[in-house]
Write a protein that binds this ligand. Structure first.
Ligand code: PRT
Ligand code: ZN
Length: 283
């Protein structure tokens, strides 16, 4: 049985549980209990505060965990980062009151910086050879400059609206973060097999999310040009249509190139383009 720690409630909870579900792993009781066992995969799930997850995995209470990279790096436990999950994206940034001048990182020298990320902030200051004071607090970091507790803050940012509302501006990004899967360094052989199975499923879900299945009709004289921009997993599937001189083409397109590919296809006389979501993708 593999043991996984996920956030009990908060920004990572829903995506974590959704990911397990899309991996075909059904949980009975949700997060109402501290732990639950999956019905159809040898997985026990622990619901914990995100800050505690690195320690629990390090201590072997759980074998693996889903946690923000920011928390993983701040806690600085000797764990393996096994997979970047692509959700919960944010950045850890230094911000100062918006009316203050800022030219370069040297302007942080001598300031008092409030943060809940003392370790990462310290690392950043050391790396840049800046002497500043870190004031560690446990929450509501964004109000610290306004109430005279600090000159600057180092906190997570996603849309930037919290900084804006508090009259702050972002001046340095010290980390770009997303949810990651971490694992203990001493996983038994039996658990490693389970983790590999889980990773194969997570990868299939992630690939499916990043790709679309595309079907279209095209005149035969364009088939070669169209095949060149639609590589698919190997090469596109081409089937002749009942209408002479035309074929149906099927392939897979990456979400990132999607609109560009569609424009090119239209320029190559493609018609009746259908785009379909992919449920799972195993290479
Ligand atoms: O109860 P528990 O301790 O488990 O939860 P928590 O309150 O400590 O964490 P939670 O649920 O807020 O965040 C969990 C993880 O989500 C974080 O560790 C990050 O990895 C990730 N994440 C992504 C964020 C944000 N985006 C985010 N915007 N975590 C926090 N914020 C906060 C930020 O601290 C600031 O207060 O949102 C505010 C800024 O947001 P914007 O959009 O105004 O810039
Ligand atoms: Zn927390």
């Amino acid at each position: 049985m593999l043991k996984i720690a996920v956030q009990k409630s908060g920004r990572l909870y829903e995506e974590s549980v959704k990911l397990l579900k899309e991996c075909g792993i059904h949980l009975n009781n949700g997060n109402k209990q501290l732990r639950t066992t999956a019905e159809n995969f040898p997985l026990e799930v622990f619901f914990l505060r995100d800050d505690d997850i690195p320690q629990y995995v390090f201590d072997g209470v759980a074998d693996i965990g889903i946690v923000g990279e920011n928390v993983f790096l701040e806690k600085n436990k000797a764990l393996d980062l096994v997979y970047r999950l692509g959700f919960g994206k944010c950045r850890l940034s230094i911000a100062i009151p918006k009316e203050k001048q800022y030219a370069s990182v040297e302007d942080l020298a001598g300031l008092k910086i409030a943060t809940t990320y003392a370790h990462l902030t310290q690392e950043f200051l050391l790396k840049n050879n800046i002497d500043a004071e870190i004031h560690e607090i446990s929450g509501s970091v964004e109000i610290a400059p306004g109430i005279g507790l600090a000159d600057a803050i180092c906190d997570l940012v996603s849309s930037g609206s919290t900084l804006f509302t508090n009259g702050l501006k972002e001046v340095e990004t010290i980390l770009s973060s997303e949810a990651v899967l971490v694992a203990t360094k001493d996983l038994s052989a039996e658990k490693t097999i389970l983790l590999d199975k889980l990773l194969m499923r997570i990868n299939a879900v992630k690939m499916a999310r990043n790709n679309k299945y595309i079907l279209l009709n095209a005149p035969n004289h364009q088939l070669e040009n169209i095949s060149a921009i639609l590589p698919g997993s190997k090469s596109p599937t081409i089937v002749p249509l009942a209408t002479a001189g035309w074929s149906s083409i099927q392939s897979v397109v990456n979400e990132n190139d999607f609109w560009e590919v569609i424009e090119k296809l239209k320029a190559l006389e493609a018609e009746g383009i259908l785009v379909v979501p992919i449920e799972k993708m195993i290479m």
